[in-house]
Design a protein around this ligand. Structure first.
Ligand SMILES: C[S@@+](CC[C@H](N)C(=O)[O-])C[C@H]1O[C@@H](n2cnc3c(N)ncnc32)[C@H](O)[C@@H]1O
Length: 258
């Protein structure tokens, strides 16, 4: 990962670390429940949660896993997650600053690796997935959830522009076919998958990334002036000329190491 890209992620997430801890959409949801259900079935003694953010996935897995290691590229994020998890009286989550592209673990160290709402920030997804595969035991599972990329070029370009204006560290959301291909190239086979919708409240979504009032107004104008088919593809709800919400689709994948 280039130093510039790293700095961009750290700047974006460092400034809003506490907001990720308190975000209701990260704290719970059907997507997290699905990851937990997969994780419980695997019953791994050691789980690695990469790009832990506010720590919600690590906390959930700590409820049924002896040891959880939570890693993230952004130190203030890890500190916020540590404060949040320790505040709950949970002591079996350990925190480590690290880039997903260079995990500081031996080969075959974990039965399960989780990665929730983060892969769209990884500039070299294949490198990241190969690194995850390296630290997984043979037969171990990557449990991943991310924003689903659109197959249609126009729609994909529209939402990428919206995402990047809100958060310059957003790289790209992959469509299902690309996910399966990248996982396969990393030595991981998809065993189970699912899709879910998630409604994003516009004000909360833009405020969490600390956009200026001017940048938010520009982005809103950009969306409102886009072709209606683009807004419709993401379920944008507009009331009295103001955006209220839109809907992301999430992909969930369990992929096992060959
Ligand atoms: C939306 S948050 C993750 C949410 C969290 N997984 C959860 O379940 O609530 C995205 C996180 O990805 C981290 N991140 C982005 N690029 C990364 C990389 N290359 N390596 C590790 N962490 C990264 C950011 O620092 C940020 O904390």
């Amino acid at each position: 990962m280039s130093e510039i890209q790293k700095a961009q992620v750290q700047a974006q997430f460092g400034a809003s670390a506490q907001d990720y801890v308190t975000s209701a959409g990260h704290a719970a949801g059907l997507d997290l429940e699905r990851l937990i259900a997969w994780g419980r079935r695997r019953a791994a003694p050691r789980v690695l949660d990469v790009a832990t953010g506010g720590g919600h996935t690590a906390l959930a897995f700590a409820g049924f896993t002896p040891v959880v290691i939570a890693t993230d590229l952004t130190l203030p994020m890890l500190e916020a997650a540590r404060g949040f998890i320790r505040g709950k009286g949970v002591a079996n989550v350990h925190f480590l600053e690290s880039d997903v592209e260079a995990l500081p673990f031996e080969d075959a160290s974990f039965g399960v690796v989780t990665c929730r709402t983060a892969a769209h920030h990884f500039p070299a997804i294949l490198t990241a997935l190969k690194e995850v595969a390296r630290v997984l035991k043979p037969g171990g599972s990557l449990l991943v959830q991310d924003i689903l990329g659109h197959e249609d070029r126009e729609m994909a370009a529209f939402i990428l522009e919206v995402e990047k204006r809100r958060d310059p560290s957003h790289v790209r959301s992959l469509p299902q076919r690309e996910w399966v291909a990248f996982l396969k190239a990393a030595g991981l086979t998809v065993i189970d998958e699912g899709m879910l919708s998630k409604v994003r409240k516009w004000d909360e979504w833009t405020e969490r990334m600390r956009m200026s009032a001017e940048a938010t107004a520009d982005l809103e104008r950009h969306v409102l002036e886009a072709p209606a088919r683009c807004r419709d593809a993401f379920g944008f709800k507009v009331e009295h000329g103001r955006i209220e919400s839109f809907t992301d689709r999430m992909i969930l994948l369990r992929a096992d190491k060959d």
